[in-house]
Write a protein that binds this ligand. Structure first.
Ligand code: HEM
Length: 220
């Protein structure tokens, strides 16, 4: 990495790209709110459409690269910042300058990475290599995999906790990325803050509600 400014720009760019992925992924998952059998057929058809489209496959590869790049860059930047400040400040009360989640982005990001490994094993791996049935439309029944996963209380709880971590990660991350791209003047800074809060709370809350809804709907 040439400079920490370039590093910050890449962090912001990969972060915002992953936000775009989250929006598209959320849009697909919202179909889980549809009643059966329409929800089942539509969700499976949508998954089939995505997994068979070459352009979407390229976007999928870009997403993996984005996740990896974002995580590796954060490690490199943290190491560089620590090395640059080998002598600690004589007086330091970081809690006065920034909220706790802004100072713990690395920990929140690590929680998200662990969540992703579990998540990919449950859905992505099962869909591509697991013993998945076929629905009445002839498509692989990923919907049934989702129902089975969210039939367990601990798994639903894991998603809710992970989505809280994601919410706080995005709360600082989105605003910070906009500032990196120049939303510095006060008027724009306020806009960046509002956009960050709306995106973080909206997206994380919707992602967290899905497993709870799928769990409850199987008991109604
Ligand atoms: C209620 C919440 C969620 C549900 C029901 C869900 C469902 C799924 C399903 C069914 C797949 C497999 C689709 C396929 O491979 O074609 C998948 C893949 C994936 N999910 Fe999620 N997801 C949720 C939340 C999340 C979140 C919060 C993230 C990121 C932090 C995420 C990241 C991914 C990634 C990276 C893939 C692989 C995508 C690809 O191969 O193109 N998911 N998800």
């Amino acid at each position: 990495m040439q400079s920490s400014i370039a590093g910050k720009l890449w962090m912001a760019a990969t972060g915002l790209f992953l936000c775009l992925f989250l929006l598209v992924h959320l849009f697909g998952n919202l179909q889980l709110f549809l009643p059966r059998p329409q929800g089942q057929l539509q969700f499976n058809f949508y998954s089939h459409l995505l997994s068979s489209n070459p352009l979407i496959k390229i976007a999928g590869l870009a997403t993996y690269a984005g996740i990896l790049g974002h995580a590796v860059l954060s490690l490199l930047l943290t190491r560089r910042n620590r090395a640059a400040r080998s002598v600690p400040y004589a007086y330091s009360r970081p809690q006065d300058a920034s909220p706790w989640y802004a100072r713990n982005m690395g920990i929140l990001g690590t929680v998200l990475l662990i969540f992703l490994v579990i998540h990919m094993k449950t859905f992505w791996y099962e869909y591509h290599w697991g013993a998945v049935g076929v629905d009445s439309g002839g498509h692989r029944d990923l919907y049934a995999v989702v129902l089975a996963a969210f039939d367990r209380e601990w798994y639903v709880a894991l998603y809710v906790v992970a989505m809280a971590a994601m919410g706080y990660h995005l709360l600082h991350g989105v605003e910070s990325a906009f500032r990196t791209f120049g939303f510095q003047p006060r008027r724009f800074a306020r806009l960046a803050h509002r956009l960050g809060v709306a995106f973080a709370v909206g997206v994380s809350a919707l992602f967290a509600i899905i497993p709870v809804y799928v769990y409850l709907v199987q008991r109604w």
